[in-house]
Design a protein around this ligand. Structure first.
Ligand code: COA
Length: 260
């Protein structure tokens, strides 16, 4: 895989994706979004990849939003297509069936905050700033930010962030539950990769089903979500990894999961 605006590195079962447009603080233009789409599909297909870390190039920014040069000239129809395309790429991340850890190394604004929210787990550098500043451009979030933010931090807090457009510190984002952890900037990638490696060692089918049960189940009425969970619980009993996991426990050793 080779891209113009995206770096892809492999470290065992962990893939590191880096949005690489540091001169514009890694703003997402159409090409970068499309490269992200292709990379995610490829990593989803690759059975050797079990977890992904997503970050931004340079020390200043994770992703400073959609590319404002493109937004400035959009029409009603191209604006709608732009939003649908962005939503689709973020949905692919959320539903890729493998944990994606956002390593937020600086500004995560607008589309950058939305991108981080589509990831499974968010770790922020203590220097990071997060927010949805679209209101200050006279627009609204278009990559499902109004929806994911309200689901993650609650309606009232989301509305304050969306309506003021004010960025918040990593510490405040942690207090609101928008990020899972805050770590010193210098250890961000080490921590993100260590967590990714831990998750990569878990049983892949069980990981996939947990992601599916939570993401899909939360959109269902509770009784249906319970049936959905019970069905996945039953399905996972058909895997070699279930036999390996339970046997390893009884034999007092570490399991070796194969993803089958
Ligand atoms: N789209 C396009 N270009 C962007 C961008 C974006 N979202 N965010 C930053 N850039 C560009 C700047 O235009 C500037 O380009 P230039 O060097 O050609 O002038 C370069 O990146 C560096 O940004 P700059 O504003 O000079 O850095 P700063 O440290 O003064 O401020 C921010 C950093 C993040 C506060 C500021 O860049 C910003 O507010 N960006 C827009 C954030 C936003 O509204 N995102 C939501 C978009 S929907």
């Amino acid at each position: 895989m080779s891209f113009e605006n995206l770096l892809v590195d492999r470290d065992g079962a962990v893939a590191v994706l880096t949005v690489n447009r540091p001169r514009v603080l890694n703003a997402l233009n159409t090409q970068t979004l499309d490269e992200l789409r292709r990379a995610i599909l490829e990593l989803k297909r690759d059975e050797a990849v079990r977890a992904v870390v997503l970050t931004g190039a340079g020390e200043k920014s994770f992703v400073a939003g959609a590319d404002i040069n493109e937004l400035a000239v959009q029409t009603p129809t191209s604006g709608r297509e732009h939003a649908v395309r962005g939503q689709h790429v973020l949905d692919l991340i959320e539903h890729m069936g493998k944990p994606v850890i956002a390593a937020i190394n600086g500004y995560a604004l607008g589309g950058g905050c939305e991108l981080a929210m589509a990831c499974t787990i968010r770790i922020a550098a203590d220097t990071a700033k997060l927010g949805q500043p679209e209101i200050n451009l006279g627009i609204i979030p278009g990559y499902a930010g109004t929806q994911r933010l309200a689901r993650i931090v609650g309606r009232g807090r989301a509305l304050e962030l969306l309506l003021t457009g004010d960025p918040i510190s990593a510490q405040e984002a942690h207090r609101l539950g928008l990020v899972n952890r805050v770590v010193p900037a210098a250890s961000l990638m080490r921590e993100a990769k260590a967590l990714a490696a831990t998750l990569a060692a878990k049983a892949p089918v069980a990981v996939r089903y947990i992601l599916e049960a939570v993401h899909k189940g939360l959109e269902m009425p509770f009784p249906q979500a319970q049936i959905f969970e019970a069905t996945l619980f039953g399905l996972v009993a058909s895997t070699d990894d279930m036999r390996e996991g339970t046997k390893a426990f009884l034999e007092k050793r570490m399991p070796d999961f194969k993803g089958r």
